[in-house]
Ligand binder design. Structure first.
Ligand SMILES: [Zn+2]
Length: 410
């Protein structure tokens, strides 16, 4: 059911959705500057045929309802909203198999209702409570036929904000950007509505660990001569995987380092892993991690778009291969710098089809710092002193990589 690489079945039928590049819904622009809405209470009632969701807001919420398939989802888009709701109040039930909510981007929040069966929103309205003291958003969802779901998907026209709608930059050679500083895109995994993994003991969310580490890493990298680190995100916001790649390319990055700290079923597995991209995964652990990481976009309700046709370009293919060689070089540099300093998993350099590593012209690695599912790793991962030490080692590895690349005329 879950696939590593987007396939035809995940492609969107609605023509409008094929053009997923766009800006935030203009309807929300006006409220972006105001204080966020407060959702202070919620409840769900109903059965597996019809389910009602009620959310109370302090002010009148502007909202939009959208449908997305594979799996069947209803998206409720809202202006920036603080969700002061107890998790159990929005626990999935009735026809919903999963409910998520959180920040999408500056000034935008989203609720994603996932269902096992096709559904339709029979009612979606805002009711004013006595004297406009609060406002109640009522969503009634009921099961529908596949055809009805399909029909409402085709009828809707909306633009999802994914990658910035800029033209692709001309492809640069890896390690290019001649003359300017050496640019490293540091990518804090997950964010906003996508929390990532969660620590078993401290309940710390992966998105916060990755952000803290990314900031420490950017600081460490910026101490290297003639180097500029940029963060793909510097706060708790959602970025699609393609946005992360595009941000690195737009900045003319010489490297991209994506930071993660996931969980495994095997709670005793611990240590760091460095991933590079490949069509075929090095092992089953790598395959399942990539599969889960690649779900990030789906969690936020974003549809997969097929890779552009440039994939077939022969010159680009050469660049891609060269880039891959540089990525492997960097991964090996990180592994050897970590040795005896940071605990590594066995076979610490692995590879799989991570979508965040697909920039054809930016050597990229994904660094799993450790596993939030292991109690010892969890303690280290949330420790600022450990983060600082490891960030320093990654920066050292980048310095050594750069020395090699320059020595080889790259
Ligand atoms: Zn992750």
């Amino acid at each position: 059911m879950l696939r590593l690489i987007p396939e035809k079945s995940l492609r969107f039928v609605a023509g409008a959705l094929a053009v997923l590049l766009g800006l935030a819904a203009p309807a929300f622009a006006a409220s972006a500057t105001a204080a966020p809405l407060l959702a202070f209470s919620a409840r769900i009632a109903g059965d597996d045929a019809r389910t009602r969701l009620i959310i109370d807001f302090d002010r009148k919420p502007d909202f939009k309802v959208h449908y997305v398939a594979n799996p069947y989802r209803v998206l409720i888009d809202l202006p920036e909203t603080d969700f002061g709701i107890k998790a159990e109040q929005l626990e999935a039930r009735g026809i919903f198999s999963e409910i998520r909510y959180g920040t999408m981007a500056e000034g935008r929040s989203r609720i994603v209702l996932t269902a096992k069966k096709p559904i339709t929103v029979a009612l979606a309205e805002v009711q004013e409570e006595q004297g406009a003291a609060s406002y109640r958003l009522v969503i009634d969802a009921a099961i529908a036929t596949k055809e009805a779901f399909q029909a409402q998907m085709e009828k809707q026209s909306w633009q999802e904000a994914t990658a910035p709608a800029t033209e692709q930059k001309p492809v640069m050679l890896p390690g290019g950007n001649a003359g300017g500083p050496f640019v490293i895109a540091v990518d804090a995994g997950h964010g906003g509505i996508d929390n990532g993994a969660r620590g078993g003991i401290t309940q710390t969310e992966e998105k916060n660990v990755t952000l803290a580490f990314a900031k420490a890493l950017a600081d460490a990298l910026n101490t290297l001569p003639d180097t500029k680190a940029i963060l793909t995100r510097d706060k708790d916001e959602f970025l699609s995987l393609s946005q992360r790649v595009q941000l690195a390319r737009n900045e003319g990055a010489n490297l991209l380092i994506s930071i993660h700290a996931d969980t495994l079923k095997q709670k005793d597995t611990r240590g760091a892993t460095v991933y590079t991209i490949s069509d075929k995964a090095s092992d089953s652990l790598a395959a399942s991690l990539a599969e889960r990481e690649n779900l990030s976009d789906q969690i936020a309700g974003i549809a997969f778009v097929d890779e552009p046709a440039e994939v077939a370009d022969i010159l680009l293919d050469l660049t891609r291969r060269e880039t891959q060689a540089f990525s492997i070089n960097l991964a090996q540099s990180v592994v050897s710098t970590f040795k005896n300093e940071v605990l590594l998993i066995n076979n610490p350099h692995r590879h799989a089809g991570f979508r965040v590593l697909t920039a054809p012209d930016v050597p990229s690695i994904l660094l799993e710092l450790g596993f939030m599912s292991n109690k010892d790793d969890e303690q280290l991962l949330i420790d600022p002193a450990w983060q600082k030490k490891v960030a320093g080692l990654v920066a050292k590895a980048v310095g050594e990589y750069r020395a090699t690349v320059v020595a080889n005329g790259g």
